[in-house]
Design a protein around this ligand. Structure first.
Ligand code: GAR
Length: 210
């Protein structure tokens, strides 16, 4: 496992690994990462990218004084070409900002092999379940429907399959008897907000090997 993954270099507080945070929605996880970086770390966000103009994550980036850019789907391009065209625009932004590690934080688009192969080992995701259980966009709904008593969250390097790739860390969260989707999501997010920064510290300081 992990063959072909080129991990980021080991950063230092003087020369941190340059991150792009990619977001689709409200960005509570992104805000937690930016808060974490307010003290010197071996990683620093240089760019926040959203796939829509009104993603809440953009506001968090602006509040933190980080450059933000929205890269919506190019609707003027034929549907069959649109996804790849979108990723080319995204990739160009990342390269122009000299990004070293792409951090998906509630980024809800499925990435194509074209994009993944360019960033493999330097593309990391957090997913709100104990993968390989409950991949996809409805992890909490699926966990509740399955009646599990424990779920959690997973930080993993991204490969070409959905919510898949070498697992860097997982944390368990109990499912309570009266949990609905929203209550479970909020409790898992609180754990994500601690886990993701910790894992990025390890990944960006040479403490991860595959
Ligand atoms: C987070 O729980 C994250 O794990 C999940 O979206 C939420 C984003 O919340 N990601 C996925 O489901 C990816 N498959 P946020 O916008 O408040 O950080």
């Amino acid at each position: 496992m992990g063959e072909g993954f080129a991990l980021p270099r080991a950063g230092t507080t003087d020369d941190p690994v340059r991150l792009a945070l990619l977001v689709s929605g409200g960005g509570s996880g992104l805000a937690a990462l930016l808060r974490y970086q307010q003290t010197p770390r071996c990683h620093a966000t240089v760019l926040v990218v959203a796939d829509s103009t009104d993603a809440g994550g953009l506001e968090h980036g602006r509040d933190a004084g980080v450059r933000t850019v929205d890269v919506p789907l190019p609707m003027d391009i034929d549907k069959s070409e649109r996804r790849l065209a979108h990723e080319r625009l995204l990739h160009a932004e990342l390269v122009a900002a000299d990004v070293e590690l792409v951090v998906l934080s509630g980024y809800m688009r499925i990435l194509t092999p074209w994009f993944v192969s360019r960033w493999e080992g330097r593309l990391v995701n957090i997913h709100p379940s104990l993968l390989p259980d409950f991949p996809g966009a409805h992890a909490h709904r699926d966990a509740l429907a399955a009646g599990v008593s424990v779920t959690g969250c997973t930080v993993h390097l991204v490969d070409e399959t959905i919510d898949s790739g070498p697992i860097l860390a997982q944390r368990r969260v109990e499912v309570l008897p009266d949990d609905d989707e929203e209550a479970l999501q909020e409790r898992v997010k609180r754990v994500e907000h601690v886990l993701y920064p910790e894992v990025l510290d390890r990944l960006c300081s040479g403490q991860v090997s595959l």
